[in-house]
Unconditional design. Structure first.
Length: 263
């Protein structure tokens, strides 16, 4: 169902006043984790001012170590809703378990399935039944075919509003956190009508590489990017090393202007 053979025209996924897919190049931005009202609202204001169409922020965090910050939970979701109401910017946040679906649907506009849950079929079916737009991230070691089949689960459960996300895969390379597979973006755009966004934050894991890889996304066919940004990355509770500062986010948007405005 997600194949171009079934549907030739591009799917456009809409939530709030954001749309991803079609002619637009969309920038989704915000912190890795929601940490406090002040942290979230201040960064939300900056990314909105410079042209982000949606705000990201994790309230439930899939951390590699159980001793790391696990997210604010439902309090974080409420802060995302507050940012949405105050600034009019729609939100994207990760759902980790089926039991979180009710509160996610109450507070959040677009449900992110994280890389670690790409093959959590119960969760895929649950978001499929929910009808909320879904941002589906490629698994750490998933093939493109497996990503498409994960999307197929969501589609088959009744939800066609799916954005695919290339967020880097695990390879033998250790210089960067992951290897951003831009092949996958060009390939996916030929195979599927679903929009495809690039996550250069997790794709590289290095703040200084985020702008160059963001610039690379549009020419290979991406419909947008999702980037992490934090006004004080040294104090961030997760992924501070890959977060763009406020001025860097402004620079990013300047550099992406030809794509955002041409769209
Ligand atoms: C995130 O977006 O912060 C995240 C945990 O992403 P991924 O699932 O791609 O690792
Ligand atoms: Mn992160």
């Amino acid at each position: 169902m997600v194949s171009r053979e079934v549907q030739a025209h591009d799917t456009v996924v809409r939530f709030g006043n954001a749309s991803v897919g079609g002619d637009k190049f969309a920038v989704i931005a915000g912190p890795c984790s929601v940490e406090s009202e002040e942290q979230l609202l201040s960064v939300a204001e900056v990314v909105k001012k410079h042209g982000a169409v949606a705000l990201r922020g994790g309230a439930y965090k899939p951390r590699t170590s159980p001793y790391d910050f696990q997210g604010m939970g439902v309090e974080g979701l409420k802060l995302l809703k507050k940012a949405n109401q105050q600034l009019g910017i729609p939100t994207v946040s990760e759902v980790m378990e089926v039991s979180q679906m009710d509160s996610m649907c109450e507070y959040i506009d677009c449900l992110q399935i994280g890389a670690r849950n790409m093959q959590n079929y119960a969760l895929l079916k649950a978001v499929g039944e929910s009808k909320k737009p879904v941002l589906l991230k490629r698994g750490l070691s998933a093939t493109i075919e497996e990503l498409l089949l994960a999307a197929e689960y969501i589609f088959d459960a009744g939800n066609p509003n799916i954005i695919l996300c290339e967020r880097g895969i695990r390879t033998y390379e250790t210089a960067t956190r992951n290897t951003l597979d831009l092949n996958a973006v060009a390939y996916l755009k030929q195979r599927t009508h679903l929009p495809v966004v690039v996550d250069p934050s997790h794709g590289t894991g290095v703040r200084e590489l985020v702008i160059p890889l963001s610039r690379a996304a549009a020419p290979v066919g991406a419909d947008g990017i999702i980037v992490e940004s934090h006004l004080n990355p040294c104090e961030a509770l997760s992924d501070g090393h890959q977060a763009l500062t406020g001025p860097m986010f402004e620079q990013l948007m300047q550099e992406l202007k030809p794509f955002v405005e041409a769209a």
